[in-house]
Design a protein around this ligand. Structure first.
Ligand code: B1M
Length: 211
């Protein structure tokens, strides 16, 4: 089995104790960090999601897989980021109210940091008010970015975009939205500045917006 296949199997099987060593070994053997992330961990989480949908595994297993992936990302992090010191400006990011999923949001934050942004990460279950209060405390912010994984919480993206649009910062701040159920059509419908399907393209789009 290849190193990347071993990592995928560890994430899928929730092998928390094995993942750090496996990722370390893969890096040392010269595997591309982006391939370790995408072909090893992200795709394995996709399979976990499918199995959950088909009742082949349940929330506790999904949680252990998430924990495994998070540990793996910690080892990978220094190999994905470049030291560019937040020179492109500030981004406020969070997962919307009612939603506790944070792996994708954390990856977007990581890629934005890597692209040279200073990221203020508000975590999960973040209300529109919290986004706005943080914006008021950081009036030099360039982008407000919100993530959601649940169809039931997508509406919160609209609330955040509307809150920014109704604020004194509306002409200075871009809004970016994303997460598995979000689409370009939905982003257009709610008036977000930009939608991107993954973390890599979120970073490229953010650079494009502030350039
Ligand atoms: Co949840 N969960 N979960 N879950 N979970 C999903 C999302 C689900 C699709 C599974 C399924 O049914 N197939 C389903 C949602 C169905 C729906 O709404 N349509 C679901 C459900 C139902 C639930 C619960 C309701 C289950 C329950 O309790 N009965 C519950 C909700 C809790 C809550 O939030 N209130 C729940 C709980 C959990 C755990 C806590 C156990 C755990 C999360 C742990 C954590 O995040 N710390 C969990 C997990 C792990 C998943 C799956 C399996 C994996 C999510 C993940 O991390 N993917 C997921 C199934 C799936 O996605 N296939 C599922 C890997 C990650 C890298 O991808 O987050 O999509 P993703 O991020 C991508 C892109 O979406 C994009 O870039 C990222 C990487 O390139 N992106 C952005 C994300 N944010 C972006 C923002 C941007 C741009 C791009 O701009 C700002």
């Amino acid at each position: 089995m290849s190193k990347i296949a071993e990592i995928a199997a560890a994430v899928e099987g929730g092998k928390v104790k094995l993942i750090e060593a496996l990722v370390q070994e893969a890096i040392e053997s010269g595997e591309d960090p982006s391939a370790i992330l995408d072909d090893g961990m992200v795709s394995a989480m996709g399979i976990v999601g499918q199995k959950f949908q088909q009742n082949e595994l349940f929330v506790p297993e999904m949680l252990v897989s998430a924990k495994t992936m998070k540990k793996g990302i910690e080892i990978l992090k220094p190999h994905l980021t470049k030291d560019s010191l937040g020179k492109k400006g500030k981004v406020i990011i969070g997962t919307v109210a009612g939603d506790l999923h944070d792996i994708g949001k954390n990856l977007v934050a990581l890629m934005l940091e890597s692209a040279g942004f200073e990221v203020i990460d508000l975590g999960v279950d973040v209300s529109p008010k919290k986004f706005l209060d943080t914006l008021a405390e950081n009036p030099d912010t360039k982008i407000v970015a919100a993530s959601t994984l649940l169809t039931t919480t997508m509406r919160s993206l609209k609330d955040i975009v509307e809150a920014v649009e109704a604020s004194e910062f509306k002409d200075k701040v871009f809004t970016m939205v994303g997460g598995a159920p979000v689409t370009q059509d939905y982003a257009d419908e709610i008036g977000a500045t930009a939608y991107t399907p993954d973390a890599g393209s979120a970073a490229s789009k953010a650079i494009e917006l502030v350039s």
